[in-house]
Design a binder for this molecule. Structure first.
Ligand code: GTP
Ligand code: MG
Length: 197
């Protein structure tokens, strides 16, 4: 898919205030600092569409972007940030759960996973939650430029193996690097395929 246009629309804490649910929507979620905002910029071919930061917890709202006037892309705050208070954690959980469980045009949730690590409980738990709620998802393994291709492949294989315990058919997985701009066509073509369904 060619990206002809991408534009920020609105930030919300309340899913009820999100744009009218009249276009397919793709949400990006994962641990704080996993590279969600960087990936969104890489996919859109923009430097600073979504705000990037070395400090975890940068994205704190539900951020809507419109792409090619055809679909919505959503940058969500990261989970598992140790430094936030309990109150903030439950605020995050409520906002995100309300959004995920009620947004009727949600076509796919992209779960971002750091390709440098072996399977982490928090990511596996989040995927179980998506499964329990029958939410369609795919996985994106980020920051592959940080180690050898073999290491990224092996961590992805371990993750798939961990999922195989619960899942008969494991959803698609993508390897990406926002720094090296790899995996872009694969993710965009996948979105195009779903949009065409
Ligand atoms: P929160 O909004 O805080 O949850 O973080 P996020 O998941 O949006 O991460 P963000 O895109 O802000 O990136 C976090 C840090 O990782 C930044 O310092 C980025 O420059 C860096 N980063 C993101 N993606 C990549 C990548 O593919 N390769 C490398 N080397 N660094 C990356
Ligand atoms: Mg972010």
């Amino acid at each position: 898919m060619k990206i002809k246009h991408s534009e920020f629309v609105i930030s919300n804490t309340d899913f009820n205030k999100c744009p009218k649910a009249d276009k397919p929507e793709y949400a990006f979620i994962g641990r704080s600092n996993v590279g969600k905002s960087s990936l969104i910029n890489m996919l859109m071919g923009r430097k600073q569409l979504a705000k990037v930061s070395g400090r975890p917890g940068k994205t704190q709202l539900i951020n809507h972007f419109i792409v090619n006037n055809e679909w919505y892309l959503v940058d969500l705050p990261g989970y598992g940030w140790a430094k936030v208070s309990k109150t903030d954690k439950s605020k995050w959980a409520k906002m995100t759960k309300d959004y995920l469980e009620n947004r009727e045009n949600l076509a796919c949730v992209f779960v971002l996973i750091d390709s440098r690590h072996e399977p982490q409980k928090i990511d596996l738990e989040f995927i179980s939650y998506l499964g329990e709620n029958r939410l369609p998802f795919a996985m994106i393994f980020t920051k592959t430029d940080k180690q050898s291709p073999n290491k990224s492949q092996s961590n992805m294989a371990k993750f798939r193996k961990a999922l195989a315990k619960d899942w008969e058919n494991i959803p698609p997985c993508f390897l990406t690097s926002s720094a090296h701009k790899t995996g872009r066509d694969e993710v965009l073509d996948f979105i195009e395929e779903i949009n065409g369904e």
